[in-house]
Design a protein around this ligand. Structure first.
Ligand code: SF4
Ligand code: SF4
Length: 112
């Protein structure tokens, strides 16, 4: 099992999640974070830290197979992120809005 990041993370980067992960398995894209499924130890401590409620166990219906695939694909391509940074400008305004997948960027973030 693993935890996966889903669509409400797009354009967020509150990044509270990365600070609590004991194995540093978050990876940063231009406007979303993902979890590496082979590195996550299923501890669940990141879930209550995410203000966008975007993290789910892969057994949850909210974590559809497409999200597990997306997390795996981009965790292999994007840089690791372990430190909290400033959220994206519209993070609060866009929190919870539907249709965020249309804004997903495949480009890597800066990492740390
Ligand atoms: S706190 Fe949640 S929504 Fe924000 S970057 Fe982390 S996983 Fe994404
Ligand atoms: S469930 Fe635990 S190991 Fe997995 S990403 Fe969240 S904090 Fe990290």
């Amino acid at each position: 099992m693993t935890y996966v990041v889903t669509d409400n993370c797009i354009k967020c980067k509150f990044t509270d999640c990365v600070e609590v992960c004991p194995v540093d398995c978050f990876y940063e894209g231009e406007n979303m974070l993902v979890i590496h499924p082979d590195e996550c130890i299923d501890c669940g401590v990141c879930v209550p830290e995410c203000p966008a409620e975007a993290i789910f166990p892969d057994s949850d219906p909210a974590a559809e197979p497409q999200w597990l695939r997306l997390n795996r694909d981009y965790a292999d391509q994007w840089p690791n992120i372990t430190c909290k940074k400033e959220p994206m400008p519209d993070a609060d305004a866009l929190n919870g809005l539907p249709g965020k997948l249309a804004d997903f960027s495949t480009k890597p973030g800066e990492g740390d």
